[in-house]
Design a protein around this ligand. Sequence first.
Ligand code: NDP
Ligand code: ZN
Length: 357
Amino acid sequence: MQKTMKGFAMLGIGEVGWIEKEVPNCGPCDAIVRPIALAPCTSDVHTVWEGAIGERKDMILGHEAVGEVVEVGELVRDFKPGDKVIVPAITPNWSSLEAQAGYPMHSDGMLSGWKFSNFKDGVFAEFFHVNDADGNLALLPEGIDPAHAAMIPDMVVTGFHGVDLADVRFGDSVVVVGIGPVGLMSVAGANMRGASHIYAVGTRPNCVAAAKAYGATDIINYKEGDIADQILEKTNGKGVDRVIVAGGNNDTFAQAIRMLKPGGKIGNVNYLGSGDYIRIPRIEWGVGMGHKSIVGGLTPGGRLWMEKMAALLETGKLDTSLLVTHTFHGFDKIEEALMLMKDKPADLIKPVVLIDW
Ligand code: NDP
Ligand code: ZN
């Protein structure tokens, strides 16, 4: 195998570019993978242009990939070179105490299950390293388009995690704030969980059309007035059972508290890129006694989730093709795809780069 490789990296806050690095080493439980489908993420944009997790020097970006295994460590049981795999954005250390406690995404420290493009080089490289291959890789089922499967590592599981955090149940009324690719998967997940009214908040026409296709019953335009006011008007002042936050800003939580019924839950998966505090309105929070809870979470990652989500695509219960609005061909197109994610043109939901080595 070659000794060095090309990767598209964060050079420092606000700066990106191509760099040359050594091909990573494979540990005994690990795998080295070559990407065949890659997707840039809004999180890459927060990381680079907002400096949201602090300074990173020459760190290869990207955490959403489908790839082909090129090497495995001697202790890996279930994968071999040539296997096509779905690689989760979050690759926990499954023997950590945090994983045993049910929080694999925080294995070895808060948010530390998120390794790619955070604590180590990401997937926008000719080769990338996957820790704990048996615990983190999943085989790509035959017949699933890698571009559609590339929505699984982060978009599907993050959107669905929002549904889990908000604890959506049969007949619940749900607001999904933000209908980019993550929020769209929250709409789809809430619908699969049996939500009744699903109020989807966003404006871009492609996103609005996809939200309706995934089960939104109402569309709320945040540019046409306060979203809490709009929801309270539509629900005769009662509010909703659940709010999933997959977009917006630090003020979204005040709105979410206002539009939530007592006993309701807010599940946040939005990556808050700036600011120091989140404000909660005292009166609408029941002066501290309203049983309105807020949980924010990084998606769990790992093999089981990847396999289960792949099974949803295989059985046709979930169609991720609606998310993929822009397809590029060739490794060198990563830069263009990432800039698209940064600029968010009106017709964009999610770009994918397909690579034929
Ligand atoms: P997008 O930028 O594509 O979508 C954001 C959505 O929020 C759009 O629908 C946008 O509307 C809407 N929006 C923008 N401003 C407001 C506002 N003031 N009030 C209400 N809605 C608003 O993002 P993605 O779907 O790609 O990602 C969503 C978030 O999830 C990001 O912060 C991302 O970093 C994070 N993320 C978190 C992960 C986790 O594990 N927790 C993993 C992956 C991503 P419009 O239609 O007008 O553009
Ligand atoms: Zn992502």
